[in-house]
Design a protein around this ligand. Structure first.
Ligand SMILES: Cc1cc2nc3c(=O)[nH]c(=O)nc-3n(C[C@H](O)[C@H](O)[C@H](O)COP(=O)(O)O)c2cc1C
Length: 227
């Protein structure tokens, strides 16, 4: 099982600790990225990636290793601590660079067969909105199955969390790990993704710019469903 871990922060704090607990149970080959260390450029708003080609993005070269790793992976894990009720700015600027990959433009066919996990921790609150920040992109990338876990730690480190919270975290992580292991290699996207894809292809695709339409034809997305 190939795993890519993308951390929305440079440091190895509580959120990273929980990701590592999950990875230990998955027992796969892990490629890990830290943001902004491994990618921290802000989108310039030129929209060349969407209107023409993603290689025209001024940051395409820096982004390419992460894109390649994600495309080759079975499981994508995203971590972000809650910063002011949302995902970190580093995570947001990373996700901004993949607007061209949304189903409404040029989705990567392999995404529909991948599983992804969004992990977040907060001191007290904001997990739901931080998870949604990442989950929205993963849904629109077409990721087949998305698991989420967030916890209010009320602590400054994993070791300082109460035993009850540590037990709850361990249980949730084990449950996600079990589900991933059962599904790996045979993921079928959920109903919402399947319906969105089919509706979009039938009613909207014909009105898209030529580059997007050509992509759907070349990749076979226009002719077949990718799951
Ligand atoms: C800039 C900043 C903003 C934060 N905003 C929130 C917040 O909105 N809600 C909250 O409960 N905790 C907030 N926190 C606390 C962290 O989310 C929390 O300590 C988290 O568990 C840290 O995870 P880490 O150890 O992986 O960095 C914030 C921390 C920082 C540094």
């Amino acid at each position: 099982m190939k795993i890519v871990l993308i951390n929305g922060q440079n440091h190895k704090g509580t959120t990273h600790h929980i990701a590592r607990m999950l990875i230990d149970q998955l027992d796969g080959d892990v490629t890990e990225f830290f943001l902004p260390r491994d990618f921290g450029a802000f989108c310039t708003g030129c929209a060349q990636c969407i209107r023409r080609d993603e290689v025209l993005c001024p940051h395409a070269k820096a982004l390419a290793p992460i894109t390649r790793a994600m495309d080759a992976a079975d499981v994508l894990i995203f971590t972000t601590p809650v910063y002011v009720y949302h995902a970190t700015g580093a995570m947001k600027t990373f996700l901004d660079h993949y607007g061209w990959r949304w189903i409404i433009h040029r989705p990567e066919p392999s995404m529909f067969k991948k599983q992804a996990v969004v992990l977040t921790t907060a001191a007290g609150a904001g997990m739901k909105s931080a998870i949604k920040d990442v989950q929205d992109s993963l849904f629109f990338w077409g990721v087949g199955k998305i698991y989420t876990f967030g916890i209010a730690t009320h602590a400054d480190a994993y070791a300082h969390m109460t035993e009850k919270k540590q037990r709850r975290t361990a249980r949730a992580v084990s449950k996600i790990a079990e589900r991933i292991k059962i599904r790996v290699g045979r993921v079928r996207p959920g109903l919402k993704t399947r319906l969105f894809f089919r509706f979009y292809r039938k009613f909207i695709l014909g009105h898209l710019p030529a580059n997007d339409q050509a992509y759907w034809a070349e990749t076979g997305l226009k002719q077949h469903v990718p799951w």
